[in-house]
Design a protein around this ligand. Structure first.
Ligand SMILES: [Zn+2]
Length: 81
């Protein structure tokens, strides 16, 4: 069965796969005008998985881990940090 929702109030086209999908197939986004990400959930997942394999993605991940570590150290009194 082919499912192609046409109503823009309930459907949105994904910028990555180009498919028209229901709005709940998209993640929420504060920055977006319509409060939804331009990629559907599936594409978002694939995009993130790919991004984390790139040097920029790996670096961002490492930076996030380091920030978390420093935050924790500070929260628990740390070692003079
Ligand atoms: Zn998609």
């Amino acid at each position: 069965m082919k499912f192609e929702p046409k109503n823009p109030a309930i459907a949105k086209r994904c910028k990555r796969c180009g498919k028209l999908k229901l709005r709940d197939m998209f993640y929420f986004s504060f920055e977006a005008k319509d409060r939804l990400r331009s990629y559907c959930k599936q594409c978002d997942k694939e995009y993130n998985a790919e991004y984390h394999k790139t040097p920029a993605g790996i670096e961002a991940q490492e930076r996030a881990i380091e920030v978390q570590r420093l935050k924790k150290l500070r929260e628990y009194g740390g070692f003079g940090i």
